[in-house]
Design a protein around this ligand. Structure first.
Ligand code: HEC
Length: 219
């Protein structure tokens, strides 16, 4: 039953037009991708059960379609990140279609057990080195993450490492930067970048970043 006062409660007799259900498909996505924050005593209100989530169905649909939730500005699949909170296109559309179809619960016997929530990243240790736009490395370094510096809301850019041998490695794609979202992006393993590597943001304007390295970045 929807919480009193929510918009959804006005249309409590939704016609169910989808085979997708909370118990079978949607709970598996939400428990994995959202419940790290959305749980009792978490960073935000709980979305762990059907009763918790149902009153929020429309808001959930809107947040995931606009990629405002989970609150990471990074686009999935460009570079590789640890603690990747992002939803795949398929997950986004499963949620959206479920809501459009009346957000049915389905058979509670189909609920998953033991889904592990992806936890938001803990603060990343290491040295910080700031740069704006582009940076040519005078000495090799091992990159463990990237932190956002001062940046206008809504800024979008891609960051690529261009090694001296010509190979290019995508590091991070930020789409519609928001101060509310995650600010530190950690790589699953340190990325070794030789001297002469060019770190390049496209476009470079107004993008201030901090490299996080495990050891002192030699100059
Ligand atoms: C890293 C933590 C985190 C994760 C992961 C996360 N959220 Fe949130 N979410 C928040 C916080 C914090 C708020 C509260 C923002 C506020 O109070 O203004 C929020 C707010 C929301 C809101 C309310 C927005 C509004 O103001 O109407 C919805 C809906 C939502 N989240 C859905 C989701 C869904 C769905 C997922 C998973 C696909 C998700 N969130 C994952 C932290 C998170």
């Amino acid at each position: 039953m929807a919480a009193g006062g929510s918009l959804d409660s006005a249309c409590g007799h939704d016609v169910i037009t989808t085979k997708l259900t909370w118990s079978k498909e949607v709970s598996r996505i939400v428990l994995k991708r959202c419940a790290g924050c959305h749980r009792d005593e978490g960073a935000a209100f709980s979305l762990r059960t059907y009763n918790d989530a149902r009153p929020w169905a429309k808001a959930i649909q809107e947040e995931v379609l606009r990629r405002r939730m989970p609150p990471s500005n990074a686009v999935k699949g460009f570079g590789e990140l640890r603690h990747d909170l992002g939803l795949s296109e398929e997950e986004i559309h499963t949620i959206a279609d479920w809501v459009d179809g009346g957000a049915p619960e389905g058979d509670p016997n189909l609920l998953p057990s033991g889904v592990k929530a992806v936890e938001p990243a803990p603060p990343l240790k290491g040295l910080r080195r700031s740069f704006r736009g582009n940076l040519k490395l005078a000495a090799p370094l091992r990159l463990s993450g990237i932190e956002m510096g001062a940046m206008a809301e809504g800024t979008s850019f891609k960051l690529v490492a261009e090694r001296p041998d010509g190979t290019r490695q995508p590091l991070l794609w930020i789409e519609g930067y928001s101060k509310k979202a995650v600010q530190t992006y950690e790589f699953p393993a340190r990325i070794a970048l030789p001297a002469g590597t060019l770190l390049k943001a496209y476009p470079a304007d107004g993008v201030q970043l901090r490299l996080i390295t495990g050891s002192a970045p030699a100059r």
